[in-house]
Every structure is written in structure tokens, then in C-alpha cells.
Write a new protein. Sequence first.
Length: 473
Amino acid sequence: MNLPNIKDARKRTDKKVDYKTVWEIKDDTLKNQKFFLKTYGCQMNVHDSEQMRAILENLGMQETDTLEDAKVIVMNTCAIRENAHDKVFGYLGRIKHLKKNHPDIIVALGGCMSQEEGVAKEILQNHPYINIVFGTHNIHELGNLILQANKDKQDIEVTSEEGCVFEGVNYKRDSKITAWVNIMYGCDKFCTYCIVPYTRGKERSRKKEEIIKEVNSLKKSGYKEVTLLGQNVNAYGHDLDEDYDFANLLESVAQTGISRIRFVTSHPWNFTDEMLNVIAKYPNIMPYIHLPLQSGSNKILRLMGRRYTKEEYLKLCQKIKDTIPNVTITTDIIVGFPNETEEDFEDTLDVVEQVKYDGAYTFIYSKREGTPASMMSDETTLEEKENRLQRLNEKINYYSKLSNEKMLNKIEKVLILGVSEKDPLKVYGYTEGMKLVNVLAPRESIGHIIDVKITDAKSFSLDGEEVKKIKQN
Ligand code: 5AD
Ligand code: SF4
């Protein structure tokens, strides 16, 4: 048994990353049985679930969306804020009840929550009906852990090791049009509020050859869009021996000729001019930058350990707008960080007014055990924090609608992904700037990039109709 340890998880040494290849299991003990997979959290988790799904299908199992039908239940959890935690424990209550009548069900808990020191211990003591706890570093072992649990063994395997990079991973992807591609794992930034560097470990870059091979193979299979994934993509390559960074990688990926490339998430601190120039140069790199601000106050940014000032952030946004025509900029903001005063909060509002974001994810600060911010005193009441969040959201929504309204009557290139949820006669897709559009166009357009005239703008989406190309004789 291997339990995570926050001190070990904090360690960063010069030890080089190990590159390993995953293996496939050949065992049909669970063939034709059903599995239920529930995913919480960010894109990284969504993509990890695509790996878990492939592992389960490799055992011959089939997915069900009915919890009660499952022989194996896998929960891929998130630890970023307290409410993510609470949701998981709430759901576990349902599973506990189910298992009373069906003791042969196998329950596996994975993802970021399992990497927290307290959680694995709590599960051992208070949730004995959970058979397996596995972490973000050993997803590849899930198949074996399930087979062992099926032979009546409780298994807690979570490691805090600095980690390695696995290649040869199989994914059962959610989409046949857009795909996630991991370019790096982990984070070394240690922003003081954030649990990710502990749950996901040290920054580890995949080798460029493997990334390009994956993109080429996705392109060959008909994928139109890839999103390069990492907690902090512009740190890509810093741990490799070669002189090759994220700007170089973006350029190589662009040269594969895949139709659309996106990337998340960029840290403002090491966002280079070379990156901007590459984005501006290649039309298949989308003009869309997610650039977390977190706070507009220099005092709070310092307490957060963000390594930039309000002025530097604003300068970067201006440079991005000057270099990339029609760029969309979105952000993440936290309100109510310890010691945030009304004045600090107004600095955040000021940045929102100056940048005029196209959209933002906004959060109330949530204390995460083991992080430096959890030790800071916090006098602000929850009521005050909620009030700040509401004022912030009003401003964000105002600019988001404004930016959508600017698109009225324009012709946009939209990658169509499926039938619209709102209207079965319409399809939906995303513009180059990542705006959601419900489009009047036939279903045959799904999987294609089509020209769309924008006819209506709302706060969070656009309406449009396909512009038919006039055939030239
Ligand atoms: N409390 C609130 N929000 C947080 N985030 C990360 N950690 C916390 C926390 N402890 C937010 C940040 C980050 C996004 C993914 O989640 O804004 O960019
Ligand atoms: Fe967390 Fe900061 Fe790393 Fe983002 S850059 S994952 S906020 S520590």
C-alpha cells in the first residue's frame, strides 16, 4: 500500500523524467460486464477519463450510463476547490447504498482527490466499500487493480513520486472531430492557493516526436482540431535537454497541416514574443488565448506567488491584441483570496474593464489543505466574497455580450461539432475565437468548417446561418 504524502509531493529535484511505455493487459475475466465512469473537473481530467475508458474497454467491458447496471464504478475526481470534494463524497453515499445490496461491485476512486494526503487515509478508515484508490501517476495500472480487486483485494495505490511520462497510451476519445493532446504533465509554479502541483506532480514534457506523431495520426484519422494540454503549456520543454520550447512545438504542430490548433493553459509569466509571432504566422493556430489573471491587485498577486504585476499583465494583453488580429482573450479570476480588500478587488475590476475579456471563469477562493495560502489569515466574510463574485460576474457578462455583439453580421469560420441541444433543426460549433454558435445548416456539415453569418448575439452564445458558396461556372 502506498499513500500520498504532501511533503513528498512538494519535492522537486533535478532528477530526469523517466519515459516509459504502457502495456496492454490480456484478460477476459470481466468481458461483457458493464462499467460506469464519472468525471469531475478540468480538461486534463476529461482527457484522463478517455484513457480510463480505453483501459476498461480493453478488458472487454462496456460502458453504461446507469450506475445501478455497473459491475465496475470509476470516479475520476477533482481537488481544485472544496465543492468538488463535497460533490464526490455526496455521490459516494449513493454508491455505498448500492453496494449494500450488491457487494460484488468494484468501486475505484481516481484523479486529483486521491493524491491528497488526507483523502486516501479517510477512505481507508471511513469508506471501506471503496475497493481501489489510484492516483494521477498510475492511471495505467487501473486495469490490473480492477482485476485484483475482483479477486477480493482492497487496493490503495497512490504515489507522490516525481513522476514519469508514459507513451503508447490508448484513448477512447469522446469526439471524432476534436481531440485533446497532452504535451506536458504537472506544474512547478506552486501558486500559493493551488493544489495542482501536489496532485499532479513535477512539470514533465512529452518528447516532441511523440506529440507530432500523435497529431499526425489524429489528422490522418480525420480529426479537424487538436487542443494541446498542460497546466502551464508555455513551460513546455524547460525540463528537456534540447533547445526547443513551446513556440517551437507550436510551429511544428502547425506544420503538420491539421486544420485547427488550440492550447490551454498559458501562464502570463513565461508567455514569450516567439509564441505570439508563431500564433500570428500560422492560420491554423486559432486566435484564442486563455490567460488566467487570478487577481488585478499587485499585493494579492504577490501573495498568490503569481510572478507578474497588474501592469505587466496589461502590457502582455495589449501586445497579444496588437500581434494577433481579432484575438479572443479569456481568463480565470479568484475573488476573496486571504487579505483581499475592497481596494484590491477594485483593481481586479479595473483589469476586467481594460482588457474587456471575451469570457471568464470566476471563483471564490477555496482553502486547500497543505497549500501556503491555507495558513494565511482570512478576515473577509463569505457574504462579502459572494458579493464581490456577483459584481465581477456582472462586469464579465457585460463585456462578453459586448464582444459577441461586435460579431453581428460578420462571416465566421465555424467547425461544426454536432446537433444543437437547443434546436434539433440546428447544428452547433465554434468560431476560430472559440465562440459557441448555433447554426442553421444541414447535419451533413458536422465535422466540417463552414462559413456562417452571425445573426444574433447573446451573452454566452451566437446564432448564425450557413453562407452557401456561390458556384462559379
Ligand atoms: N480556490 C479557488 N479557485 C482556485 N483555482 C485554483 N485553485 C483555487 C482555489 N484554491 C482556480 C484558478 C485556476 C482555475 C483552474 O481554478 O483560477 O486558474
Ligand atoms: Fe495551479 Fe498556478 Fe500551476 Fe496553474 S500555474 S496549476 S494555478 S500552481
